[in-house]
Design a binder for this molecule. Structure first.
Ligand code: AFP
Length: 439
């Protein structure tokens, strides 16, 4: 007899992905995931492989099992992650009801510290994160995109509205709702967070010592994506794992273990409306994504025989004149001469998630009108750079490794290129060529 419900409910499907993975290299969607030997594996039901999976690997179970592998772990990070999970689930549920409940539209009260319009959902998401983190007993300092100043968690007196607040040992920098200008049109949005441990001996009261730190000191980072599904992608220093929210259980289930960014991709992602303000390296990179040209120089940058400036003006009209050569190892889309595809959502989480899965480059470069770029270092760039490197990708400002940047203020910004290691290295070479041409 044919069942009218041949597919098990989604919670079980998610773990079925893991059940079917062997320890060999596996295709998962378009991500080739290598599943290391230590990856937990759900036990099949005694009713056989077609029965729902009864052994669910939730995010909390997974972090607890990771914690057991580190003898020095206190369990505090796991508890902090429980608070962050709750925040993401709550924001996800607000987003899902956004068109029905009274949560969309402008909040009123003027622009935020970034000079951007504040949506009602921005305010609610910020309150959700702040409340769950300040009462977690694990957070020392909270930095939010929505708030001008850092919030130093202290134990508040009994009877006060903050009475549940308890300070801990972690600094959490977060963007509670990234891409919020996309809310009203139903486009994917997300939340981003980065976690530092307080330096040894610190009491968690100094902005310079405790908060304004490079991404190389992050101990964990993650993002939640509110799209066609709600996902949470997390790195705690030992690779990157992806979890999918089962709305019926209210649990994030491990579905994408050990995510790896493909080393090359066929997508470039950038706001082309800013083209008139770009410098030569960005213009050159985008032109060659769109109009891959034959090489004019060998892999070392030495001009190919017979190609002089006059000939190149005709054969390579898009090539900037002078020393910016088109080298044999780049620009022709890795030998295919096919233009790359442009994809740009305008929500960093959605653009980065696609880049993690399908490869290519997501870029928000510095330009003439924004010499420091648009994206904020502490709660956008550094967490994403940490995740990217942990997944085998590369993240640069053009000339510097993004993860090594130390912000000089809470809401400092920088330009970035993030994604497939070989594609990002190509952009870096173009920036280097531009620098060399200036000498
Ligand atoms: P909003 O939260 O104001 O929508 O900004 C989103 C964002 O910071 C980031 O998520 C996007 O990548 C970027 O801005 C998009 O910026 P443009 O609209 O200038 O392309």
């Amino acid at each position: 007899m044919t069942s009218t419900h041949p597919e098990p409910p989604c919670a079980y499907s998610a773990n079925r992905v893991l059940l079917s993975l062997s320890t060999e290299t596996q295709g998962h969607g378009s991500t080739a995931a290598f599943v290391p030997a230590g990856t937990p594996r759900p036990k099949p039901s005694s009713l056989g492989p077609d029965a729902p999976v009864t052994d669910l690997i939730t995010l909390t179970r997974h972090t607890l099992s990771e914690q057991r592998r580190h003898a020095s772990a206190s369990g505090d990070l796991t508890l902090l992650l429980v608070s962050l999970q709750l925040s993401c689930k709550y924001v996800s549920s607000l987003v899902r009801r956004a068109g029905l409940a009274n949560v969309t539209g402008l909040a009123g009260g003027g622009p935020n510290i970034q000079g951007e319009k504040v949506q009602r959902l921005d305010v609610l998401a910020n309150e959700v994160f702040m409340n769950s983190l300040r009462t977690s007993g694990r957070a020392a300092v909270l930095v939010s995109e929505e708030d001008e100043n850092a919030f130093f968690v202290t134990a508040a007196p009994e009877g006060s509205p903050d009475a549940d607040s308890r300070p801990g040992r972690y600094v959490v920098c977060f963007d509670p709702l990234d891409g919020s200008s996309n809310i009203d049109c139903g486009v994917s949005i997300g939340s981003i967070f980065g976690i530092y441990r307080l330096p040894e001996g610190s009491d968690g009261t100094s902005l310079e010592r405790d908060v304004l730190r490079p991404g190389t000191e992050l101990m964990a980072a993650g993002y939640a994506l509110y799209g066609s599904f709600t996902g949470l992608v997390l790195a705690t220093g030992d690779g990157v794992n992806g979890y999918t929210l089962d709305p019926s259980l209210g649990e994030f289930i491990l579905t994408h273990p050990s995510m790896r960014i493909p080393s090359r991709g066929n997508i470039y992602s950038i706001n082309e409306g800013n083209a008139s303000k770009w410098g030569p390296a960005v213009t050159r990179w985008v032109n060659h994504c769109k109009f891959p040209e034959a090489p004019t120089a060998d892999a070392e940058g030495k001009p190919l025989a017979g190609l002089d400036e006059a000939t190149l003006k005709v054969t390579h009209p898009l090539r900037p004149a002078g020393s910016l050569a088109v080298r044999a190892d780049e620009h022709d889309n890795h030998g295919t001469r096919k233009p790359r595809s442009l994809r740009y959502v305008g929500s960093m989480v959605a653009d980065v998630h696609r880049t993690f899965l399908h490869g290519g480059v997501f870029a928000y470069p510095a330009d003439r009108s924004s010499p420091n770029g648009k994206l904020r270092i502490l709660y956008e760039v550094l967490p994403m750079a940490f995740l990217c490197e942990q997944a085998g990708g590369r993240c640069t400002t053009g000339l510097k490794r993004a993860l090594a940047i130390r912000p000089d203020k809470l809401h400092a910004r920088t330009g970035i290129f993030l994604g497939s290691a070989l594609d990002v290295a190509e952009v870096e070479r173009m920036y280097q060529d531009e620098e060399n041409a200036k000498k």
